[in-house]
Design a binder for this molecule. Structure first.
Ligand SMILES: [Zn+2]
Length: 411
C-alpha cells in the first residue's frame, strides 16, 4: 500500500523472543543460527506490521479496499487476523504469513486484504521488487552463479525462480526512441551464439540512440533470422522520429532491410560504419570470383583495413586533413586496382561507399562518432554465451542486461 501523505505513521510494537541452541559462539555458528532464525523473524514482523495497518484501516471511514461483490468500501468487520496461510518470496527467502480477512457488512462477502496491504496483485506470490532483483542478478551473471551468490548470503533461491524472473521482467520491457534525446543513432545486427541453436544462427538487432549528455540508450531490440525484417524493431519509434525537429540521422552499414522498413515514413540520413567496409568487401570480392586469401584478395582486404583503421582523437586539424588525404589516395589506388583486375562488384561497392566513408572517417577522427553498438554487442555476448537458451530466453535476458547497462534499469 502506497503511503497516503495525509496518514500518520503507524507504530508497531515488535517484541521478539526466540529460543536458539548454539554449540559455539564463533562467527559462523552465530551467522548460521541467525539464518535459521530469519524466516521466523521475518514472518512475525510481516504479520505484526500487516495486522497493525489492518487495524488502522478498519478504523477509517473509507477503506483502501472495496467489496468485490457490492463495491462497498466503508463498512466491514474482521473475519480473522490470522487466517489461511499464504507464501511470499522476500529478498531473503519464502515466508508464510497468515492472511487477514474481512467481511462486508452490506452483502456478507468475504475479502482477504493481505495483498492489498502489501501493494501486491491478488494471488501473486513473488512481489515485483523481488522479481526485479532476481531478474537483474540473472541477467548479470549465469543462473547457476546467481543461485550460488544468493545462497552464500542466506538467500535460499533456486535457478528456476531466477530464470522465471528474467523472463517475466524482460518480456514486459519495451524499448523505444526518446523524443527528448538526440535525433541520432545507430542500427546494427550481430550474430548471437545461442547454445542449443546452431552457432551464430540468429541475429540480434539493436537500435541505439545518442543521449544529449553523451552516452547511448537502447531504443529497440529483437532477435530473429538473418536478413529478417527490422520493421518490428522500428515500428514503435516511427512516431517519435516524426516528432524530432531534424531528420533522424542513422548510422548503419547500409543493410537495405533496415531502410526498407522505414521507406516513406521518415527522412533518414545513413552513414556507413567504417568497421563494416573490409567485411562487406570480402563479400563483393567473393562475387567477383577472387579466391579467398589469394595475393589479390589479401591486398584489397588489408588495404581497406588500413584505410578504415582510425586512431581516434587526433586533436590537430592539420594532421586530420593529412590523414584523410592519404587515406583517400590509398582508396583511389585500391579502386583502380579492382578496375584493372575487372573486379566490377568490388569497384562499384567502393565507389559507392567512398562519400559516406570519408564523412565517417572525418567524424571519427574528430571524436564525433564511434560505433557504440560494437561495444554494446560485447556486453550482450558475455552473458548470452553462457547458458542454454531459447530465442525468447536469450532476448529477455539481453533486454534486462541492456536496460541495466544503458537505460537506467535497476533493482
Ligand atoms: Zn459487499
Amino acid at each position: 500500500m502506497g503511503k497516503d501523505p495525509q496518514r500518520r505513521d503507524i507504530t508497531v510494537e515488535f517484541n521478539c523472543q526466540f529460543r536458539v541452541a548454539l554449540g559455539s559462539s564463533d562467527f559462523s555458528s552465530i551467522m548460521k543460527a541467525f539464518i535459521m532464525l530469519l524466516p521466523q523473524l521475518l514472518e512475525d514482523f510481516f504479520q505484526k506490521v500487516l495486522v497493525g495497518f489492518g487495524e488502522y484501516e478498519m478504523g477509517l471511514k473509507q477503506k483502501s479496499f472495496a467489496c468485490r461483490c457490492c463495491g462497498n468500501d466503508q463498512e466491514f468487520i474482521w473475519k480473522t487476523r490470522h487466517g489461511k496461510a499464504t507464501s511470499i518470496l522476500t529478498w531473503f527467502r519464502w515466508i508464510t504469513i497468515k492472511q487477514l480477512q474481512v467481511q462486508c457488512k452490506r452483502c456478507g462477502g468475504k475479502l482477504y486484504i493481505t495483498r492489498t496491504l502489501l501493494g501486491m496483485e491478488q494471488k501473486k506470490r513473488v512481489p515485483e521488487e523481488t522479481r526485479r532483483k532476481l531478474a537483474l542478478m540473472g541477467a548479470l551473471t549465469s543462473y547457476r552463479v546467481s543461485e550460488k551468490i544468493g545462497n552464500m548470503f542466506g538467500w535460499a533461491v533456486d535457478k528456476m525462480t531466477i530464470w522465471k524472473s528474467v523472463q517475466q521482467i524482460g518480456a514486459k520491457m519495451d524499448f523505444v526512441l526518446d523524443g527528448n534525446e538526440e535525433p541520432r543513432g545507430e542500427a546494427d545486427g550481430t550474430g548471437v551464439g545461442i547454445t542449443g541453436i546452431p552457432k551464430r544462427g540468429k541475429e540480434l538487432k539493436v537500435l541505439v540512440q545518442y543521449k544529449k549528455g553523451g552516452g547511448i540508450r537502447v531504443a529497440g531490440i529483437d532477435i530473429g533470422n538473418y536478413n529478417g525484417s527490422w520493421k518490428k524493431l522500428f515500428q514503435k519509434s516511427i512516431e517519435v522520429m516524426k516528432g524530432f525537429d531534424r531528420p533522424f540521422l542513422l548510422l548503419t552499414d547500409g543493410d537495405t532491410s533496415i531502410l526498407e522498413s522505414l521507406k516513406g515514413k521518415v527522412t533518414i540520413l545513413v552513414q556507413r560504419c567504417l568497421w563494416h567496409i573490409p567485411y562487406q568487401a570480402q563479400y563483393v570480392l567473393w562475387k567477383d570470383g577472387v579466391k579467398r586469401k589469394s595475393e589479390e584478395w589479401l591486398h584489397v582486404v588489408t588495404e581497406l583495413m588500413e584505410i578504415c583503421a582510425i586512431r581516434p582523437l587526433v586533436d590537430c586539424q592539420g594532421t586530420i586533413q593529412a590523414m584523410i588525404a592519404s587515406k583517400q589516395t590509398r582508396l583511389e589506388k585500391v579502386i583502380a586496382f579492382c578496375l584493372e583486375k575487372e573486379y566490377t562488384h568490388t569497384a562499384t561497392y567502393l565507389e559507392n561507399a567512398r562519400g559516406d566513408m570519408f564523412t565517417a572517417i572525418e567524424n571519427r577522427l574528430e571524436g564525433k562518432t564511434t560505433s557504440r553498438v560494437e561495444r554494446l554487442f560485447r556486453t550482450v555476448n558475455m552473458r548470452a554465451n553462457v547458458s542454454k537458451w531459447s530465442i525468447d530466453g536469450a532476448l529477455n535476458v539481453t533486454k534486462v542486461r541492456l536496460a541495466y547497462y544503458y537505460n537506467g534499469f535497476d533493482a
